[in-house]
Design a protein around this ligand. Structure first.
Ligand code: MG
Ligand code: ZN
Length: 359
């Protein structure tokens, strides 16, 4: 009899453990989307070789491909691609947070706010550049930077960190958006060294007048430190959080056809990916997705004359290309991100994994 009761309780514990496991497997509390702007497979391979034949991306056991074309061209720009990832709608090149008929569409970040999650954006460009702006703003043109900055005031995002202070307090229309941010309880940080002191609350990190410098020109660990600070500030939210982190300048290295620039940006991004995966591994409730908006530069790693020579990096294009980009996923729900998907599917998968379709 004792044995039977023991068996019964053992089964009960086993059953409840299994239930917990399936719950965490399917429903991530937190979602972190990392976007390497312009990062194709060759760029990731550059990171792999330049980091002694290893890269943190390898820790993701679920991988797939994303098709990146925009509504009006086979080759997307970062506005249309950012909008696809953020909202699930294909749009025309150059547009932000609108569908191809110029109708404003809601981003995953806005849905997260509505559902009580904390939200953050981190970028190694200005916060009004196309990729981060796609998660916040609605505009016919990605280049209306001052209008895109105004849209930050219309949201309840908790944390945004990058460059672009000039678009908030040194504007053509002389409007002081920094005062308006303060009135909405944002703490304003204007240099990376001051980030450390922020221990709670809302944060607008406008840490450079314009774009942050290149990694090879001394940007330092701004991307990783900003990302980890955002997690520190959001992790106590009982409903979890959504964060988008962009390594913005992989794209610019591709446009410049600069190997040195590309290597620096890829090593910086991989370090950030590593820190995020370390955190997600310990946390157990965080889904991490790493992808790109498109490839830039047509990067190839061609045959080299000397067998032991340093790897050669060549460029086949000066702008974006139409090739598929890889998707890597880690944590609860990661198994959804395999095979070939459309870039708009990434939004749809995040949306349903966070349970927004059930509300
Ligand atoms: Mg970008
Ligand atoms: Zn570009």
């Amino acid at each position: 009899m004792k044995k039977l009761i023991y068996c019964f309780f053992a089964l009960l514990i086993l059953a409840s453990c299994q239930q917990i496991e399936t719950q965490t497997e399917s429903a991530p509390k937190n979602v972190i989307l990392l976007i390497g702007d312009g990062m194709g497979i060759a760029q990731i391979s550059v990171g792999y070789f330049e980091n002694n034949k290893q890269i943190h991306f390898q820790r993701c056991k679920h991988t797939g491909f994303s098709i990146t074309y925009s509504a009006d061209y086979p080759i997307t720009d970062s506005g249309a691609a950012g909008t696809a990832l953020a909202t699930g709608y294909k749009t025309n090149n150059g547009m932000i947070g609108m569908d191809a008929d110029s109708v404003p569409v809601q981003s995953i970040l806005h849905y997260a706010v509505e559902n009580g999650k904390a939200t953050a954006l981190v970028a190694s460009s200005t916060v009004v550049h196309a990729t981060p702006a796609s998660f916040i703003a609605h505009n016919i043109s990605r280049y209306n930077y001052e209008e895109l900055a105004e849209d930050y005031l219309k949201t309840d995002i908790d944390i945004f960190i990058g460059g672009g202070l000039n678009y908030f307090n040194n504007r053509k229309d002389s409007v002081d958006l920094v005062s308006q941010l303060k009135a909405k309880d944002y703490q304003i940080v204007t240099k990376p060294a001051d980030l450390e002191a922020i221990k709670s609350g809302k944060l607008a990190g406008l840490m450079y007048p314009d774009h942050p410098p290149k990694y090879i020109d001394g940007r330092g660990d701004m991307l990783i430190e900003s990302s980890m600070k955002a997690i520190e500030l959001m992790k106590s939210n009982e409903n979890g959080y959504f964060m988008m982190i962009e390594s913005s300048q992989i794209d610019w290295a591709g446009h410049d056809n600069s190997s040195e620039y590309l290597v620096g940006e890829m090593l910086d991004f991989d370090k950030t990916v590593g820190a995020i995966l370390d955190y997600a591994e310990k946390d157990g409730n965080t889904l991490v997705i790493i992808t790109a908006d498109h490839e830039t530069g047509g990067v190839i790693l061609p045959e080299s004359d000397e067998r032991d020579a340093v790897m050669e990096i060549n460029f086949g294009a000066a702008h974006h290309t139409a090739t598929m980009v890889p998707v890597f996923a880690f944590g609860p729900g990661a198994d959804q991100f395999t095979g070939i998907m459309d870039n708009t599917d990434i939004f749809k998968k995040m949306y349903s994994l966070m349970g927004f379709d059930k509300k």
